[in-house]
Design a protein around this ligand. Sequence first.
Ligand code: BJ8
Length: 425
Amino acid sequence: MTTDNRQMWAELGIDLKKHDMLMNALPPIYKEIYLSQKNRPQGMGFFDFVVGDIHGIRVQELRQDAKNGTIVVATYCVFVPDEIVLAADAIPVGLCAGTQFSVPIAEEVLPRNTCALIKSSFGFKLGRICPYVQTSHLIVGETTCDGKKKMFEILAEYHPVYIMEVPNKKTQRSRDLWRGEVLAFKEVIEKKTGNKITADRLIKSTRLVNDRRRALQRLYNTRKANPVPISGKDALLATQVSFYDDVSRCIKQVNALCDEVEKRIANGEGVFPAKTPRVLISGSPMAIPNWKLHHILETAGAAVVCEESCIGTRMFSDLVPEKGGTVEEQLKAIADRYMQIHCACFTPNDERLDDIVRLAREYKVDGVVHYNLQFCHTYANEAVKVEKALAKEGIPLLRVETDYSDEDAGQLRTRVDAFLEMIRR
Ligand code: BJ8
């Protein structure tokens, strides 16, 4: 930790004592979960560096941009269109909400029976331990689930917050509502930045965000190979980092990683033996540093080969058509693309069931683990339908409900062991 960083954190109003505790806790966990893996691609070195310096260089960059007048827009959901933020020369930053550390802080205010993702994100602000939150000029929330929606109301007492209304159905009326929301968001961002979003800026930012999606698609495609050339933990980390890293740098680093990993495939090289059981994880997003389930699965002898999640395929599967056109035409294309995210907050949401079955086939998995954050009722209830859809296709399923603490790690391991025993070929 450099003196420069400490000074920057102090200027940002960070609670240095709590922050030190968080920063001291991360390295041993990372060493155990990540650095203990064998035969990792060298390209993961960049991502190791990013985590090792998680509140350093990237925050310094954002601070410098902010000092030069750039607006930093923080988000918690893949429904918030980065294209619009970038087209106004602002910087989008996906906030992490994946640590147990900030949960007890949030529980001083929020009900305990709230999902860990909501508590973790709120705790970061309440405890003043996240320099990304502190650097941001605006947090953009959404009306996806009830817990998040009401948390954002409370968060607005501590930080500027703007809420986008995400509809709950996929009818034409809902699409029209969402198009209106995207248009309103463009106006909010223009006002906040003082920059006009032109058709030219919008097509450029659309291409850029699509390039990030293409890079992640490329990475995930490599995971279809057998033996799998990269661990699930490493692929998850690259996806997690892509939420807050500079977009152009992220594209470059993910593509460099893909170059290396594709060579491994050509050489028949893998990180796990070819007969390793292949698992798809589906469900609630895993924000950084939530690596718990991947770690349990991969140390129990499985390979996680895909995540049907917002920190996974839901983030990058669909591109915005790059047809250009007027600002209004492009915003419509952007809005329509985002309506293809099959979050469990929609009813009905059968497209997600189709996605899970399709991905299970494409990634040739031996089983699916449905990951549900405790108290997330949307995903928990949708899991009933997921179970039926997979049973119909003869695909084994393990349903897991957990939080960010390690209290249930032993019990989870026992269940994972039994599941792997069942699906082992
Ligand atoms: S589009 S999945 S990122 S809302 S896990 S907070 S749903 S109680 S995170 Fe999500 Fe957007 Fe949907 Fe994706 Fe609520 Fe459930 Fe918690 Fe969740």
